[in-house]
Write a protein that binds this ligand. Sequence first.
Ligand code: UD1
Ligand code: CA
Length: 466
Amino acid sequence: MKRMAVVLAAGQGKRMKSKLYKVLHPVCGKPMVGHVLDTIKATGCQRTVVVVGHGAEKVKAYIGENAEYALQETQLGTGHAVQQAKALIGSEQGTTVVACGDTPLIATKTLQGLMALHEERGAAATVLTAVTENPSGLGRIIRGSQGELIKIVEQKDCSPEEAAIKEINTGIFCFDNAKLFAALEEVTPNNVQGEYYLTDVIGILRGQGELVLAYQTDDASEAVGVNDRLALSEAEAYMRARINREHMLNGVTIIDPASTYIGADVVIGTDTILYPGTLLKGKTVIGENCVIGPASEIEDCTVMDGACVKHSVLNQAQVGARTTVGPFAYLRPGAVLGEEVKIGDFVEIKNAVIGDGSKVSHLSYIGDAAVGKNVNVGCGAITANYDGYNKATTTIEDDAFIGSNVNLIAPVTIAKGAYVVAGSTITRSVAENDLAVARVRQENKPGYAEKIRARAKAKKDQSSPS
Ligand code: UD1
Ligand code: CA
């Protein structure tokens, strides 16, 4: 049977009090509508229509080619929103899932269960429901004496008895496509909000003698519909717990899940240990047997097997196998570390390759550089890569030794096996196996310290007589 989906994402989300359109607010680093679309994709829908309106261009720019779009110019309600998809899929035969772009927690397994029940029973409509202690603001599920689904009543239209019902509409439905679009024609805006409610379709279909079913999830957290920032934080907490749990069940040790933040798209290998205060974001991939944290923020990075990152910030960087980073290191975009590299405390690396076995152990800045294998960069050595207008490159070849506090004024090349003595400011390239010294030769003046002190004391006594 053909499966389709309609995702509602045209509302502005007034209750969010935000310039960002509601469905683009991220939960665990991914816009809410992205979560919904990923879940739908996992259930094998062949066509997905996203109904856009407020911020249509921004929403479309985020989703891109992953969906078709229907424009809802004025937001007259969820039923009206679904109707906008009619021109695209109205003549199809099959099952249509309708989901709201603001319910990011809906799980793939649940959606599959909903679809299976709907298709097995040949229902006209099946609604995903949940029982929650706090049903405020949500549509209530009205059942008959046999437990059969009768209709859905929105909070604002509820009688006091209906308002007391704790089973709610999650906003996720399965419909027979043809029956859905036919029933939508019958929906009227005769309600407190003056809107065309999608939820009315349930009562309408039932009134026509069609089979309508409710499928209840036992995980009420899936029903969180994010209408304001409070619900957003709730969704974030649930999603975070779910993501952490998944990683732990897949063999990742998380010492303190409450202080560990893992983005929805992050991949982590088995036997990796995450210490407290770890934030893994974006498209980050962490290998096996790594030790990450404490207190590290890693975004859009690849960290290979056996690497260790402590108290550090990494952004768009690559860390090779068994390499150590930190404490207190900063890897910026384009930092590419080889295997068994050591990047130590207060070291910043930007747009630079560091070859296997090389060490930059303390207090260095390496930017726009190509560093070979087994190079030692001494404490405080830096690349001076910027003249205020242009960036220039520093090349340090294999086995070179850069002494402490060396300034490498780019563009400059330190060839293989060369040695640059501490405190040098290097402006010209150094050939293979040469030694470079670029500092003033030291002079010692015997006993001169006494003289200096006497002179200083005399000056002080003169300016402040006792
Ligand atoms: C809706 C349901 C409610 C359910 C709840 C679950 C209706 C009438 N009510 O209420 O039963 O318990 O979701 O979270 O369906 N949208 C449009 N165009 C519109 C109106 C809304 O695209 O004209 C989109 C919104 O962007 C949003 C979604 O539809 O993504 C739901 O709309 P919202 O206003 O949040 O509905 P709720 O009041 O939460
Ligand atoms: Ca909502």
